[in-house]
Design a protein around this ligand. Sequence first.
Ligand code: DAH
Length: 337
Amino acid sequence: MIEELKIKLQEINNLNDLNQLKANYLGKKGLISAKMANMKNLTPEEKKNLGQEVNRLKQEAEALFNEKEKEIHQALVVEQLKKETIDVTMPGYKFNLGTIHPLNQTIIDLENLFVGLGYEIAEGPEIETDEYCFEKLNLPKGHPARDMQDTFYINPELLLRSQTSPVQVRTMLAKEGKPIQIICPGKTYRRDADDATHSHQFMQCEGLVLGKNITMADLKGALLDMAKKILGDDRKIRLRPSYFPFTEPSVEVDVSCVKCGGKGCSMCKNSGWIEILGAGMVNHHVLEMCGYDPNEIQGFAFGVGIERITMLKYGIEDIRNFYSNDLRFLKQFKEAK
Ligand code: DAH
């Protein structure tokens, strides 16, 4: 019987068949138990012998089944290992690496420059109060300068900020009369019709420096550093008188033309200069409204359009390229620095 079992086991190669065979031999109604069927007709001596014989068979059969079960398990493991072998010669997956968006690159460049000069980075909400966006910047309701920022109101007191200047207000109120040195890059919104140079959503970077004895010369130095950092070391700047309600005096700042270097070309309309930002000394009334004593502390502010300087830097002609997510455009900035 055991010899016959051994032969049958050789043919088996999976657990299902093995369990089946095991039941046939070792089950309650299996072949081995069947040997005990005519037990009652035997003499006590024969019963004893048969009992021992059956026990021996059971033990031997169990040992054989256990051994076979181990064998099958091992074969399964070997098979699985074979399936999971890694072919190191296969070509790898190709991951397409993205590129830093040119607007973000400009923000990173600005942050690196100004943090190096001791500025902190400030942030403010994109949904802003009328009070911070206009009132406390010296633009009371009905002020004509509001027209230029005719914008997206959520209700009469809340709007999508039309400039990053309200972060000046927020910072002054938080610093309670102490010196300030911040820049604030961020998104801004205006009801502009979209064209090659306008977008209803764009970005600005605000700057604010307040302290004792801060002058226009400090402003000019900071802006020259910025122009050089973003637009090239040989840039010059010039300040022209202008008007902003939150600065007095106010200036508009031009940079020497990035294309012709100042000689005059179609890009700078033959003037040699291109306007890049607005700035000025913080208006005393704004300082007072935001809890500062203008006799103690004063300083300068500026606001620059991120798209504007990025377009100048890379020679981009249409602002809409920044937002259309066209890979042919974006991939060109892989190596840009
Ligand atoms: N907020 C102004 C604008 O959007 C830009 C600006 C001009 C900001 C002068 C300033 C500043 O901080 O001093 O047109």
